[in-house]
Design a protein around this ligand. Structure first.
Ligand code: PMV
Length: 351
């Protein structure tokens, strides 16, 4: 049937790195200068929902509607993902002549985020992961999540980690073709199910310096950057994997906060400097320190991506201490109440 519409829908969750990816060794293939590790949040909370369809009855170019508006997909990153997915489908069609020639049909993609786009809440990670998964499902590709991570990585580096739930590493790899720069699962969310994340939405505005240009500037001008990728991050990766394996929250928290500090210090070390955190973000750091000092142990860990919003990790058993004290801490730290931050929600993790 020439006018049959083939369709697949999927959701992909946001992931928040606890050891950050920052720096590209190959900008075209999105190959990183260091490995990274993230925690995937629950699909119910921060996620992209994407439907991909293809039909011989469609005419014209591929299209993407993002949050109800036509989005430009002519960029090299999106085109790389579409090209790779089509090539894999074409190979299936070449091997089996009974398959409909979906690889030759235009694609219609409809995508929706349930959170602010490009505000440092990892929207590109969920967005590209959902795009790749939806089209892979539409094309009935047999590739594993780790294989698909090679494609999602070319859309947005951090997207390769959103193809898995739980605790996910992106191994930087060494090859020039990037075939060994892929995501793998460190542990299912069920391994350490009482992990929670609280997102403080300091600002829902689009970020000032995109992650790509921030990375480019950092690689080109920061003196501290080399130390970060050669010494700091490899040690953080080992300690982070160990803390997850042993479910050692104190170690997990210390590495998370140290890595966030190291990443933002490297940004401040560029010329001219880049500041992603604002005064409200810094107040959130003080609030976490206050909570930990009051508890007499580390019960909360902050981390910030390329934007001012704060993610706080804690364990379910400490929810009353962390959440209860947070409101108290916020009111006792000057500037917070006047700030625009709001407690967005409390999220569970998901496999
Ligand atoms: O995937 P990108 O190009 O949006 O870069 C993400 C960079 C950070 O969010 C700051 C760190 C990370 O590992 O997710």
């Amino acid at each position: 049937m020439a006018d049959k519409v083939y369709r697949a829908s999927t959701t992909a969750p946001v992931n928040i790195a606890v050891v950050k990816y920052w720096g590209k060794r190959d900008a075209k293939l999105n190959l990183p200068t260091n490995s990274s590790l993230s925690v995937t949040l629950s699909q119910d909370d921060l996620r992209t929902l994407t439907t991909a369809s293809a039909s011989a009855s469609y005419s014209g170019d591929d299209t993407l509607i993002l949050n109800g508006e036509v989005s430009d997909i002519s960029g090299a990153r999106t085109q790389a993902c579409l090209r790779e997915l089509r090539a894999r489908r074409a190979a299936l069609e070449a091997a089996n002549s009974d398959l409909p020639k979906l690889s030759t049909y235009p694609l219609k993609i409809v995508s929706e985020n349930n959170f602010p786009t490009a505000a440092g809440l990892a929207s590109s990670a969920a967005g590209f992961a959902a795009l790749v998964r939806a089209i892979a499902d539409l094309y009935e590709l047999p590739e594993s999540p780790s294989d698909l991570s090679l494609i999602a990585r070319q859309g947005s580096g951090s997207a390769c980690r959103s193809l898995f739930g739980g605790y996910v590493a992106w191994r930087m790899g060494e090859q020039a073709d990037g075939l060994d720069s892929r995501a793998d699962l460190v542990a299912e969310a069920s391994h350490w199910p009482d992990m929670r994340a609280l997102i403080l939405v300091v600002s829902a505005a689009k970020k000032g310096v995109s992650s790509s240009s921030g990375m480019q500037q950092t690689v080109a001008t920061s003196g501290m950057f080399k130390e970060r990728i050669t010494t700091v991050v490899p040690k953080m990766m080992d300690l982070m994997e160990e803390s997850i394996k042993n479910k050692d929250f104190e170690q997990f928290a210390e590495v998370t906060m140290r890595d966030s500090n190291s990443f933002h210090a490297t940004c401040a070390d560029t010329y001219p400097p880049i500041f992603y955190m604002n005064d409200v973000s810094k107040t959130a750091i003080r609030a976490v320190e206050y909570i930990n000092a009051k508890a007499g142990r580390t019960v909360a860990a902050y981390t910030f991506d390329a934007g001012p919003n704060c993610v706080v990790y804690y364990l379910e058993k400490d929810a009353p201490t962390v959440l209860g004290t947070f409101y108290q801490a916020l009111s006792s730290v000057s500037g917070w109440k006047e700030g625009t931050a709001s407690v967005k929600s409390e999220f569970q993790l998901e496999d």
